[in-house]
Design a protein. Structure first.
Length: 306
């Protein structure tokens, strides 16, 4: 191809010359973008500091709470398993992938967050007064008061608080479970957790004892009326099983959850974790400021890079 034809094709944009370097298809080179960000580093640092200050202020004024905790283990897995004494066949444990609680321990965990547990806290602790103070405090409390929506905390508020704050965490290595309950009042946190544990354990014990007592009463009446010797032998065996269950429930220290460590509340409040939250805010704020500035530069909204 002659030089004139090649020049004509180049002028007509039908193809570049092989030795010609094509400019970027659009946008900005990475080196140019980084240079532009470096030139604006003072303003970016100021924006990051303002963003960090705005995010850290709520964290610093957030009321801190003491965490009360206990460590428990299912009674079926420690010592002489209660379930093996109550039933002819032992409860089969779950496989390694199934960590869901079962048996009496599952009922124990459900009772910790039940309506009866919330009623117990409302009756025996100043939880409702604390929730009422929380509702009346701050900007939201002032808005409620201005709109005439202020009211005292009730059982629904106590149950909502219990479901939101009580945490149950299984240990992935052992069979133990950790139960935590935070509260700004250190004494109240410990008292509430002790009440919840005692209530849940007593509920499981009372349910088993009630079932055994009803069965014993029915079997006793049936034995008094039965004259067939073969049927009486079967009824006697059933009655012995239920009497053994009643004896086990009365004698066992724990039928649902065995305490591994006594209830304990920390000496210093730890929630929220201020250093961790502020550190995360610093990293997230730097990423937001950097990406935002890069987008503005690429769109040409914040001057030109150069």
């Amino acid at each position: 191809m002659s030089e004139e034809a090649e020049a004509w094709l180049t002028a007509a944009h039908l193809g570049p010359r092989p030795d010609e370097q094509r400019p970027p298809a659009g946008g900005m080179a990475l080196e140019t973008l980084l240079r532009a960000l470096w030139q604006r580093r003072a303003r970016l640092a100021l924006a990051w500091f303002v963003l960090l200050l705005a995010g850290a202020t709520p964290v610093l004024v957030w009321t801190r709470s003491y965490v009360a905790e206990i460590t428990v283990a299912p009674a079926e897995t420690t010592g002489i398993a209660t379930s093996t004494l109550l039933a002819p066949l032992a409860i089969a444990p779950g496989n390694i992938l199934d960590t869901r609680p079962s048996g009496n321990f599952a009922i124990y965990l459900a009772a910790l967050r039940s309506t009866e547990a919330a009623m117990l806290l409302a009756e025996r602790t100043p939880l409702l007064a604390h929730l009422t103070e929380m509702r009346a405090a701050g900007l939201t409390g002032a808005i409620r008061a201005a709109l005439g929506l202020a009211r005292d905390a009730d059982l629904d508020d106590a149950k909502t608080w219990l479901e939101a704050n009580l945490s149950v965490t299984p240990n992935p290595i052992t069979v133990t479970w950790e139960i935590n309950l935070p509260h700004p009042d250190r004494t109240l946190a410990l008292d509430a957790l002790q009440l919840l544990h005692g209530f849940a354990e007593a509920k499981v014990r009372a349910d088993i004892a009630s079932v055994a007592a009803r069965r014993i009463a029915i079997l006793t009446l049936r034995l008094d009326a039965e004259r067939d010797l073969f049927l009486r032998n079967g009824l006697v065996e059933l009655l012995a099983q239920q009497q053994r269950a009643a004896m086990v429930v009365a004698a066992e220290e724990a039928v649902a959850a065995r305490l591994v460590s006594m209830p304990y509340v920390e000496l210093r409040p730890s929630l929220p974790n201020r250093p961790l939250l502020i550190g995360l805010l610093a990293v997230a704020g730097a990423a937001v400021v950097g990406l935002g500035a890069a987008c503005l530069l690429l769109l040409g909204v914040w001057g030109r890079a150069g």
